[in-house]
Design a protein around this ligand. Structure first.
Ligand code: CTP
Ligand code: CA
Length: 232
């Protein structure tokens, strides 16, 4: 199967994509992390480059095999923690037209990081956590560049409080990003897989696109939605 040729409809555009999952250290050998592989973010970076964009990929702990798929013409900035990701995204975003926050950023990090390896003492420790900066929210409230389009991602499971879409609509309104790409997770969906199904919401929480397929196909639908928004 040969992929259909796409127009270079992102030519002249600089985009920043964050991908992967942050790691928040406890000590020199341990961290709090998450299961994000970075595949969807890498697919977004690749798709944007194929469509002519200048692309900066801020990659949080993305493995070499996943990163290898990014293709030519993408500048990769490797980071580990949420603070590093925040600094790298904001620096690149100062010249960007579009910022896509596909990375899974820790909501909390250990309040202190031990200089030396923590030893087993026989008493189970309680780890104090502090909240991290919400990088997406900060991109909306304090944009590094005026007029840029900000896109968030939300992995959601439904729960007793509401469905995936109900949680997502509330999050779209709360975050204030131009677009929020929602994907249902749990039960083997989303993390570590090569396929994805997503719903794209605008800042009012209204559905503007849906996509199901490979992460490459989903990536192109996200860029289509971004372009539609920028041309409004
Ligand atoms: N995000 C961020 N900085 C954080 C946490 C999240 O920039 N400290 C971004 C993610 O990159 C993603 C979006 O916010 O684009 C949504 O993340 P999510 O974890 O779904 O949202 P939260 O507001 O943290 O809500 P939840 O309680 O569901 O974790
Ligand atoms: Ca979160």
């Amino acid at each position: 199967l040969v992929a259909p040729a796409r127009a270079a409809d992102l030519a002249g555009t600089h985009v920043v994509v964050s991908a992967g999952g942050t790691r928040e250290p406890l000590d020199p050998v341990r961290f709090l992390g998450n299961r994000s592989s970075g595949r969807q973010g890498v697919a977004l970076a690749r798709a944007a480059a194929e469509r002519g964009a200048r692309v900066t990929l801020v990659a949080a702990n993305v493995t070499h095999d996943v990163l290898a798929r990014v293709g030519a013409g993408v500048t990769v900035v490797p980071v580990e923690t949420g603070d590093e990701l925040r600094a790298a995204v904001r620096a690149a975003a100062a010249e960007a037209d579009v910022v896509v926050m596909a990375a899974a950023v820790a909501d909390y990090r250990p309040a202190s990081v031990a200089d030396a390896k923590l030893k087993k003492t026989g008493d189970a420790p309680v780890v104090a956590l502090v909240e991290t900066t919400d990088i997406l929210r900060e991109l909306v409230t304090d944009p590094p560049r005026a007029g840029q389009t900000v896109v968030g991602f939300a992995a959601e499971t439904g729960d007793a409080e509401g469905s995936v879409l109900e949680h997502a609509r509330a999050k779209a309104v709360r975050k204030g990003a131009d677009l929020l790409v929602v994907n249902p997770v749990g039960g083997g969906r989303g993390f570590g897989t090569t396929t994805n199904d997503v719903t794209v919401l605008d800042r009012a929480g209204d559905v503007v696109a849906t996509a199901a397929g490979t992460k490459d196909e989903v990536a192109h639908v996200v860029w289509d939605a971004v372009l539609t928004r920028r041309h409004l």
